[in-house]
Design a protein around this ligand. Structure first.
Ligand code: MG
Length: 360
């Protein structure tokens, strides 16, 4: 199964409502889609969104990385020797994890199609159903409370609340309002997206614990590079702390594990450089007794289909943040994953289960 051709094209899907975090505001999902063709007639799909504030990757840098470096490496390679192909791919150039992830998911799509299995089964999983959380963007406490009521009515049972903008009193007010509107049966996760200092985080989380706001976990309270600060927070609160922007690669995961800087790790294909590296992070975490969440950037149904197959295949991945397609005004896929409010159903067809892409 040798690679004969790689094509890329741009897609832009407007969001229904702006997505706001402590580091950025997103109005549309702008992605580069990749199609990889093999000499046995199998084609695989991949996607990489622009996330300059997180990965440093823009649409043009992703396209150039694929056309000038990563694509030429893959052309003519036999994908059945995927160990050599995918470890080689990560060594072609430093960084550029989004471009690598798009190609990696296309490679896995081909491998699973060649084995006549849905990708999650090819990777060892038995169940193609997941429950995703729904994100409440960071806004005024009142607006976040209204969003909470709406998502609760729609049937979501886990909310991921963006905080980390303004002073911590405002963040605590936001969470108080959300817990009031959510009632006691909704799981609430927070994501500060690096917006707090270690001391602010300890104070804010401690206050929420004292008020009984019942927070399941707090994601990336402090700056990505500040592992000592992350550890300080983890050591001084009872609430679970999750590393997100601090962990891109397996090596960074190893460092967080070694320091015990966090309790949990959020794996995203765009940070890791694809499924191959994501699996390594999960295995390291599992060996250390640390569970993982699988999350995503603002990607279309394509990237999330790949991420959901990955997540569904491993028992140590216990939490899922795959709500990005629910924020989009349309689905570009023919095939792929389906949503039933918070429930995700993966297709039973081989590979990612994508039959085609609507570009218009
Ligand atoms: Mg996060």
């Amino acid at each position: 199964m040798k690679v004969t051709n790689i094509d890329t094209f741009l897609v832009r899907v407007p969001l229904v409502k702006p997505f706001k975090t402590a580091v950025r505001t997103v109005l549309s999902a702008d992605s580069l889609v990749v199609r990889l063709d093999c000499d046995n007639g199998i084609s695989g799909w991949g996607e990489a969104p622009a996330t300059v504030a997180i990965t440093g990757d823009s649409l043009s840098s992703i396209d150039a990385a694929i056309k000038e470096h990563l694509g030429p490496f893959l052309i003519g390679r036999n994908l059945l020797a995927y160990e050599e192909v995918l470890s080689g791919l990560s060594g072609v150039m430093v960084g550029n994890t989004s471009a690598k992830a798009a190609l990696d998911m296309a490679v896995y799509d081909c491998l699973a199609q060649n084995s006549h299995l849905p990708l999650y089964e090819y990777l060892g999983g038995a169940d193609g159903e997941l429950e995703t959380n729904m994100t409440v963007s960071v806004n005024s406490p009142e607006e976040m409370g209204e969003d909470t009521e709406r998502y609760k009515e729609q049937g979501f049972s886990i909310l991921k609340v963006k905080v980390g903008i303004g002073d911590i009193e405002l963040d605590i007010k936001r969470v108080r309002e959300i817990r009031k509107k959510a009632g006691n049966h909704i799981r609430i996760r927070l994501d500060a997206n690096q917006g707090w200092s270690p001391k602010m985080a300890v104070r804010a989380i401690g206050q929420m614990e004292d008020e009984g706001l019942d927070i399941e976990l707090v994601e990336q309270p402090v700056k990505a590079h500040d592992l000592h600060g992350l550890k300080q927070v983890t050591d001084h609160v009872n609430t679970l702390i999750m590393a997100d922007e601090s962990v891109f690669s397996p090596k960074q995961a190893l460092e967080v594990i070694r320091m015990r800087a966090a309790d949990l790790i959020n794996i995203k294909l765009m940070k890791a450089g694809g499924i191959y590296q994501g699996l390594k992070i999960n295995q390291l975490a599992e060996a250390a007794g640390m569970e993982c969440m699988a999350g995503s950037m603002i990607e279309t149904h394509l990237g999330i289909t790949a991420a959901a197959h990955f997540a569904a295949s491993k028992q140590n991945i216990t939490r899922y943040d795959f709500d990005a397609p629910l924020m989009l005004s349309k689905n570009i896929l023919n095939g792929g994953l389906c949503y039933q409010t918070n429930k995700i159903h993966l297709p039973k067809e081989a590979g990612l289960g994508i039959r085609g892409i609507h570009t218009q």
